[in-house]
Design a protein around this ligand. Structure first.
Ligand SMILES: [Zn+2]
Ligand SMILES: [Zn+2]
Length: 406
């Protein structure tokens, strides 16, 4: 059953509005591509988005869109349509870049050594700005209020989304739903993809330190062998998922680093390990933390070693609300045509959008940016990531259309 809040009938003006938005997206595309070039050339790391936030504020101000600042470098804009309190929808864009040296030889290449917009957050910010301009211009044609959430720090714990929520981004007025997009370099430009229910995993970091009295390798009976204890822990941890998790719910535990010892004949007194744990079910997620603790501590104890375990609790799962997502998916088909909208695959990656979708209904969808003919195929978080920029017209038009119609 559709959530009543999203069960809004299409008004007769819907086709008119969608053509109007499409025409404006086409008209503003060159300006917004220039905006993307500026943002791409001036990337900033998580929680340091000062120039980016100032740039966003300047654009909103120039279009007459009121805004407030939140969580230091976050910006929240408000656009009112007809009957502003009849429906309130939030649109979200993230603004931070990554500590990667850009390898692309393009005119808009990063001007900051070691910092690059390699996850497309420059594109997300651009699409939200473009949508803001279109929504402001068409505000007499749609109902309700659109809240624009430009957030910092998606790439780093604790996640800018959690700080924006703490600072009141989802209050005064409180949106009934939130929509966000992410570029997808595996999806052809010209396409979008949606999925209801779970779309992305939670991500927690595991840190283990095994300690004991080390000593001479020829006299292991006088030591506790931390290397052997670590090896048993790694092996035993594999049963957390294979023997305890439902096979119908995806989950991953990977130990990705083991550091200990430095020569052939000394048993080290300390071994450090690091890894990641991901899940698609919040209940299982926290049960698994307990299992991990029992296995790590139990194994070390049974072998006579001391152990310290720290689980750094990261982003929650991203759950797409069924009613909101069905509505957005239908509206996307109406705007783009049925054949341009696909179903998103499940991913074990994480996104701090999950914090919003824990509080209010969320819909996180993907924007195709790949173009094989032009050789634009590099994945996100790589030094050669780029997009086919015709995606910007689609991304900003779609954000505006969803903001006005969902
Ligand atoms: Zn990323
Ligand atoms: Zn990202």
């Amino acid at each position: 059953m559709l959530h009543p809040k999203f069960n809004i009938q299409h008004s007769k003006s819907a086709p008119l509005l969608s053509s109007k938005i499409k025409a404006l997206a086409q008209q503003y595309a060159p300006e917004m591509i220039a905006v993307r070039h500026h943002l791409h050339a001036h990337p900033e790391l998580s929680y340091q988005e000062f120039e980016t936030a100032a740039f966003v504020q300047e654009k909103l101000r120039s279009w007459g869109i009121p805004f407030t600042t939140k969580a230091t470098t976050g910006v929240v804009g408000i656009i009112e349509g007809k009957n502003p309190s009849s429906r309130i929808i939030a649109l979200r864009g993230d603004m931070d870049a990554l500590p990667i040296e850009e390898a692309n030889d393009v005119p808009y290449k990063s001007t900051k050594p070691g910092i690059m917009h390699a996850c497309g957050h420059d594109v997300h910010t651009t699409c939200l700005l473009g949508a803001a301009k279109i929504l402001q211009e068409t505000s007499a044609d749609w109902e309700g209020t659109v809240k624009l959430i430009f957030q910092p720090g998606e790439e780093r714990n604790p996640g800018g989304a959690s700080l924006m929520i703490k600072d009141g981004a989802l209050e005064n007025p409180a949106p009934q739903g939130i929509i966000g997009l992410h570029v997808n370099p595996q999806l052809e430009v010209g396409k979008l993809s949606f999925r209801s229910g779970m779309v992305m995993a939670s991500a927690d970091e595991i840190y283990i330190t095994v300690k004991s009295k080390g000593g001479h390798a020829a006299a292991p009976h006088l030591t506790v062998d931390t290397i052997l204890v670590a090896a048993h822990i790694v092996t035993a941890l594999q049963q957390v998922i294979s023997r305890n998790n439902s096979p119908f719910s995806p989950s991953v535990l990977s130990i990705c680093s083991i550091q200990g010892g430095h020569t052939t004949n000394v048993i080290p007194s300390e071994v450090k390990m690091m890894g990641t744990f991901r899940a698609m079910n919040e209940e299982w997620r926290f049960k698994a933390h307990e299992l991990i603790r029992n296995i790590v501590e139990g194994t070390a104890k049974s072998m006579g070693a001391e152990v310290h375990l720290h689980i750094d609790v990261g982003y929650p799962t991203v759950h797409n609300n069924e009613a909101l997502t069905t509505k957005a998916w239908d509206q996307a088909k109406l705007y783009m045509g049925d054949d341009k909208v696909e179903e998103t695959e499940l991913r074990m990656g994480a996104e701090d959008f999950g914090y919003y979708s824990q509080v209010i209904p969320g819909c996180f969808y993907r924007l195709g940016v790949m173009n094989k003919e032009k050789g634009i195929t590099s994945g996100v978080h790589t030094p050669t990531f780029d997009i086919d920029e015709s995606a910007i017209e689609i991304g900003m038009g779609m954000m505006a259309w969803l903001g006005a119609s969902v």
